[in-house]
Design a protein around this ligand. Structure first.
Ligand SMILES: [Zn+2]
Length: 403
């Protein structure tokens, strides 16, 4: 794993130059010293359970510098975490030992201390960055997330062209285990692309990054947080890389009885031309088969299979399939649906869900498949699945939900 050590002084001097000159043109730049990403009390922040917020509860205080409008943006950021993860932001009360103070700082776009420090810490936004999106990003750091463009494998996905070495964010020292197998251009923790800070996407079909794609947490951001905090209930499903599935992962895979002519199939997903496509994983072939714009793709790596640790039913939180045709109130289903993928940028980049379908083949035969379905005006669209090497749209299908 490549790792570039950059000294504190060097990093600060770089940030001072760039924070001032590119504040608005870059979307956001968060002024977090590189050192904070590496060692907290001698352990890597990500790898130390001590630095996670206990039970995912983050106590906060509002600093008087926040205007009414600022508070609205912060509330919206909290709501984003509350609706997609098990993280809960709760007001600080006397006696709570650890908390973050949320404040405005006119010297920065955003700045936050990484992970739970113990005692007081801060989460800031400022200038023309006082938005929900920047607050979601900074709270991501408070919760222990790094920048996506600092992942150890980022050079496989970003090109830094003619940028000088000192303009490029170094790769952070954190474990591969803790990020998704899919590089997430749509992460709220990704800097804006086409700059030396965010890099130029080198995957075909991808032209934008971060804040441009996802107004809130991306599907994968939420999955990463739910994994980091070992969230339970309807947040307990985990997407696992197909190239290193453990026996436990295989036990936790659910096919709901769906089987193709080449064996049992399970929901999987992978990045194809800017779309996180959802499809079917076959244990026999060890391949995740997905579709993108009418073509079938077989992914052998960089794809993930859905697992549901604890089983389909656990303490009243049940994963099950429902027929979208029998649903009177689609919005209730959308709330319970398992978010899985993302449409490509040219198709609106919205989230997609997992669709199970049984199709007729010939006069008597049927074949099961798993694919994806998106939303339009709050309604489910036709699902897209692959069958016998063809991509088909399906009107009748089941959706994976949890409630
Ligand atoms: Zn940041």
């Amino acid at each position: 794993m490549a790792f570039q050590k950059v000294s504190w002084v060097y990093w600060i001097s770089f940030l001072v130059v760039f924070t001032n000159s590119f504040l608005s043109s870059f979307g956001y730049i968060c002024d977090v010293p590189q050192e904070w990403f590496q060692d907290i009390n001698g352990t890597k922040a990500h790898n130390s359970n001590n630095s996670l917020w206990i039970n995912g509860i983050v106590k906060y205080r509002f600093h008087p510098s926040l205007s009414k409008e600022d508070r609205v943006e912060v509330w919206k950021a909290f709501e984003e975490y509350h609706s997609k993860t098990c993280i809960r932001f709760q007001p600080w009360r006397k006696g709570d030992p650890d908390y973050t103070e949320i404040m405005v700082d006119s010297e920065v776009c955003g700045r936050a201390e990484i992970c739970r420090k113990g005692g007081y810490q801060f989460t800031k936004f400022g200038n023309d960055c006082r938005s929900m999106a920047v607050m979601i990003h900074e709270l991501g750091h408070t919760l222990c997330l790094y920048h996506e463009q600092q992942r150890p494998d980022r050079d496989d996905f970003l090109d830094f062209g003619n940028c000088d070495e000192d303009e490029i964010f170094p790769i952070a020292q954190f474990s591969d285990e803790l990020s998704s197998a899919i590089y997430d251009y749509g992460s709220q923790m990704h800097y804006q692309c086409k700059t030396c800070l965010g890099g130029w996407p080198s995957t075909s079909g991808v032209t934008k990054c971060g804040i441009d794609i996802t107004p809130g947490l991306s599907v994968i951001d939420a999955d990463n947080i739910n994994r980091l905090y070992n969230c339970q209930g309807c947040y307990r499903h985990r997407w696992r890389p197909i190239e290193n599935l453990t026996p436990d992962d295989v036990n936790n895979m659910y096919n709901f009885g769906y089987k193709s002519s080449y064996g049992y199939i399970y929901p999987c997903r992978g990045l194809v031309n800017g779309e996180i496509s959802v499809g079917k994983y076959s244990v026999r072939s060890k391949v995740c088969t997905v579709s993108h714009q009418g073509l079938e793709y077989e992914l052998e790596r960089g794809a993930e299979v859905l697992t549901i640790p604890g089983g389909r039913n656990q303490h009243g939180a049940t994963y099950r399939l429902i027929n979208q045709r029998h649903v009177k109130f689609p919005e209730n289903v959308i709330e319970a649906a398992v978010f899985a993928g993302r449409k490509s940028e040219d198709e609106g980049a919205g989230p997609t869900f997992i669709a199970f379908a049984t199709l007729k083949t010939g006069l008597l035969g049927t074949e099961d498949s798993i694919g994806m379905v998106g939303l339009q005006k709050g309604q489910f669209q036709n699902a897209i699945v692959t069958i016998n090497k063809k991509v088909v749209t399906v009107e009748n299908y089941l959706i994976l939900v949890c409630s």
